[in-house]
Design a protein around this ligand. Sequence first.
Ligand SMILES: Nc1ncnc2c1ncn2[C@@H]1O[C@H](COP(=O)(O)OP(=O)(O)OP(=O)(O)O)[C@@H](O)[C@H]1O
Length: 262
Amino acid sequence: MSLLETIHLKKYFGDTHAVDDVSLVIKEGELVSLVGPNGAGKTSFCNVVSAYYTADSGTILFKGRDVTRDSVTARVKAGIARSFQLVNLFDDLTAFDNVALAIFSREGKTRSMAALARRDSAVTGEADAVLGQFGLAGKRNELARSLAQGERKLLDVALAYALRPKLLFLDEPTSGVSTRDKGQIMDTIAGVVRGEGITAVVVEHDMDVVFTYSDRIVVMHQGAILAKGTPDEIRTNEEVAMTLIGAAGPDAFTQRSDHARG
Ligand SMILES: Nc1ncnc2c1ncn2[C@@H]1O[C@H](COP(=O)(O)OP(=O)(O)OP(=O)(O)O)[C@@H](O)[C@H]1O
């Protein structure tokens, strides 16, 4: 069943067609990777769907309802959440307090409720459970600023997850971490979203990660959709390979990652 449908969605910045007539259906429960060269429009697409940018034209249907003109808050309430390319944490608060505050904000309360959050057993129980799901229970009392980069990325995703979305946009959740940490981060994220039946759209540059974890891949180029399909279909799509890695041949992705490893 379709969870999200964009119809002829457009967002322009002057002459830049950041999102250019994108019609896309995201089905309930799938993990979709959104890939494309720098400037392809991936983040802009996420921003328009999550209301950080206003669409110039087109329609966004979420669970069949037109949310195109709804605010960020209204879309979060409807079940759309996102994390950002640059993590969005309160650095001077502990991992636990960051999650507790996300839970409070879901309830429409504000940062000034931090002290109260710590005494609210429903919130503390849920925050600890979320930290556990993201493998961060041992980091509960550490300041966000002191966490390793991979832990910060996971905590950032945990905050978006704490909003209890039906649809979660994750903007480059593995950027800036080692290859080994990428696997661990994606294992954790995929485990949580699949376990909870959350639909996820992941912006990602690392094609090894993309091919390993995606149910479906959407390739953007110059604001538009260049291709979409299963990992096997995208892996063997020569136009996609030329656009993403500048190499031709049906095995281009495999050779490229063998080369990178070897
Ligand atoms: N707020 C903005 N103001 C002006 N131009 C913008 C804005 N946001 C995005 N753009 C432009 O829109 C185009 C698409 O950018 P976007 O960040 O969506 O691409 P991307 O595929 O996410 O790139 P990357 O992989 O580098 O993050 C780029 O040309 C970018 O400069």
